[in-house]
Design a protein around this ligand. Structure first.
Ligand code: NAD
Length: 498
């Protein structure tokens, strides 16, 4: 069985250790390959390569860096289907869904292709007599990315195009559950003309993460994953003097007002809840039914949940694939049982689903829970599976109160026909990304992505202008060019302008 190796200095690298962990095909439940578990020595080898590459890459012209990004973008277009299949085989999501994440990740490459505009500094003429001021931004050095299993292409693409195009070099530690996409992308970068050592991959788990957090030659760490690990990475990394952005978990509410088009809302909430088997940080996991919308909404959601076509991700027509691991499957099915025991109504029970010919796959069907309350585990926990909880409230203000009391604040959506309600919602809700009649409001790449509260630890959202800020540091230059004969008095008082 082949082992997926690290990618260091432009080539696959076996690494210092021979320890590996299995990678499963979630649709069959079978181990299909193994991946190397990186150690501190592997992280160090990648950082040494990245530090060396930084010396020349940071001196390369902006034109050259963006030309590499243009070539890389083209290769992502040409290999979209192939990469989509690689992702589907390890993650379980459908090939079309995987292609969707590649497209959304590619948009960050497109943003990086136009970085010249974003990197323009400011210039102030004659701030004092004969004195001008300008500013510019420079890369940090080696930037590391630590990423989750649920978007093995898109989430790393939120990070490395911006880091690399601004002149940094990069070490990626992808999820050990679906590691192949990272190496495939590394190969595309090489073909795009990226110099060796600018983009590196070290596989593994906690040991590799700890080595990144403790490595003195890594300047910044970009993390996306669950909230407990985000908190740990932020605390440990900042204690070691690094810049850290850490995006965490979520519990995303979709609020439906009685004036909404209920059929439209139910369609979109169903897709947002069960797409990618609910394993999206922007998945709709709570539908908040306001007032008289509730009964009709639940009836429509039930009808649509029963219509979802569950199967292997590479079979055309499949809408929802399996969960990523057997442990996830058990956790999600247990959560449905706990919800019932705590008083929720199980309107659609997805537990125990078997897919013909794939009996050992990690499949569960869509589950729909009604009469869920804020005290129940099904509401409090991020289930990260195809379970939609309906909470019933009386008014829009109660819905906003519910959302604001939730510890997470990643995404939320409002379904309504009222502009006044939409405006009140977006101004008062404590959430970073908001959709109005849009269930999964992932911002375009030229905006920044990030939640509030426990969905983002620290203060730095990812990609877009905030991503550029995160990957660079500013310099402000105050300049005077006196004429040779000109006398400029030097005062002992603190300089002021005149
Ligand atoms: P995870 O936190 O288990 O893993 C994320 C990364 O951290 C992986 O690379 C993993 O190897 C590493 N890791 C895991 N445990 C660790 C530990 N104890 N110490 C150090 N490193 C550790 O997350 P996951 O299960 O891969 O992904 C799902 C989670 O990611 C969900 O909570 C989801 O909401 C979140 N997520 C958030 C966003 C966002 O933008 N906010 C996007 C995608 C996923």
């Amino acid at each position: 069985m082949k082992t997926i190796e690290h990618w260091i200095n432009g080539s696959p690298a076996a690494g210092a250790e021979t320890r590996t962990t299995p990678v499963f095909n979630p649709a069959t439940g079978k181990e299909q390959t193994r991946v190397a578990l990186g150690t501190a020595a592997d992280v160090d080898a990648a950082v040494v390569a990245a530090s060396r590459a930084f010396e020349t890459w940071s001196e390369s012209s902006l034109t050259r860096r963006t030309q590499v990004m243009f070539a890389f973008r083209q290769l992502l277009v040409e290999h979209e289907e192939e990469l989509g299949r690689i992702i589907s085989a390890e993650h379980g999501k459908t090939v079309d869904d995987a292609r969707g994440e590649i497209v959304r990740g590619r948009e960050v490459v497109e943003f990086a292709c136009g970085l010249g505009d974003v990197l323009k500094g400011s210039f102030s003429d004659q701030v004092s007599r004969g004195v001008d001021v300008h500013d510019f931004r420079q890369p940090l050095g080696v930037v590391a990315g630590i990423t989750p299993f649920n978007f093995p292409a898109m989430v790393p693409l939120w990070m490395h195009p911006v880091a690399i195009a601004t002149g940094n070099t990069f070490v990626l530690k992808p999820s050990e559950r679906d590691p192949s996409a990272a190496n495939f992308v590394a190969g595309l970068y090489r073909r795009a003309g990226l110099p060796d050592g600018v983009f590196n991959v070290v596989h593994g788990g906690k040991e590799a993460v700890d080595a990144i957090l403790g490595h003195r030659d890594i300047e910044a760490v970009s993390f996306v994953g669950s909230t407990p690990v985000a908190k740990y990475v932020h605390e440990t990394g900042t204690k070691a003097g690094k810049r850290v952005q850490a995006l965490g978990g979520a519990k995303n509410h979709a609020v439906v007002l009685p004036d909404a088009d209920l059929e439209f809302a139910a369609n979109h909430i169903t897709a947002g809840a069960y797409g990618s088997a609910g394993e999206r940080c922007m998945a709709v996991s709570v539908a908040v039914a306001v007032g008289e919308a509730a009964d009709a909404l639940v009836a429509a959601l039930e009808r649509k949940a029963r219509e979802v076509r569950v199967g292997p991700g590479d079979v055309p027509g499949t809408e929802m694939g399996p969960l990523v691991t057997k442990a996830s499957l058990q956790r999600v099915e247990n959560a449905v049982g706990t919800a019932a025991a705590q008083g929720a109504t199980v309107v659609v029970d997805g537990r125990g689903l078997k897919v013909d010919g794939h009996e050992d796959g990690f499949f569960t069907g869509p589950s729909l829970l009604d009469h869920v309350t804020a005290e129940m585990d099904a509401y409090r926990d991020e289930l990260f599976g195809p379970v939609l909880a309906v909470v019933r409230v009386g008014t829009l203000d109660e819905a906003i109160e519910l959302i604001n009391a939730n510890p997470y604040g990643n995404g939320t959506a409002l379904f309504t026909g009222s502009g006044e309600a939409a405006r009140r919602f977006q101004r008062n809700v404590k959430v970073g990304m908001i959709g109005v009649n849009v269930p999964v409001p992932v911002p375009m790449s030229y905006y920044s992505f990030g939640g509030w509260k426990d969905s983002l630890i620290g203060d730095s959202p990812i990609h877009g202008p905030e991503g550029v800020r995160f990957c660079t540091r500013p310099k402000v230059v105050t300049t005077r060019w006196p004429r040779p004969a000109q006398k400029v008095a030097a005062g002992f008082d603190f300089p002021t302008s005149s």
